[in-house]
Design a protein. Structure first.
Length: 91
C-alpha cells in the first residue's frame, strides 16, 4: 500500500549546530489512522503538529495545527464506533 499521509512536527533544538537546519521533521504513513495515531503521540508531547495527504492522493487534505486536536478526537470517536459495531453487529 502506498504512503498517502504525512505528519510534520517541530523538533526540539539539541545543542548548537554549525549550520541552520529546519526545526521540523516529517514522517509518512500508509493510512489516516496510522498518521492520526502518530500525530496524537507528538501532540501529547506538546509539539506543534500538522498533517495531510501526499500528492497525488485525492481528495487532498491539510490539517493545520489549530485543527489537530479535533482531528485526533474524530479518530478516537471513529475507533469507538468501530469497536461498538464489532461487539454488537446488529446496530
Amino acid at each position: 500500500m502506498p504512503q498517502t499521509w504525512y505528519v510534520t512536527f517541530e523538533v526540539h533544538k539539541r545543542g548548537t549546530l554549525p549550520k541552520r537546519r529546519s526545526p521540523r521533521e516529517t514522517r509518512m504513513f500508509e493510512s489516516e489512522a496510522d498518521a492520526r495515531s502518530f500525530a496524537r503521540e507528538k501532540f501529547n508531547e506538546g509539539l506543534i503538529v500538522f498533517a495531510g495527504t501526499l500528492n497525488p492522493f485525492l481528495p487532498r487534505r491539510l490539517i493545520p495545527s489549530s485543527e489537530i486536536p479535533d482531528w485526533i478526537e474524530q479518530g478516537l470517536s471513529e475507533q469507538d464506533a468501530a469497536q461498538d459495531a464489532k461487539r454488537d453487529p446488529e446496530k
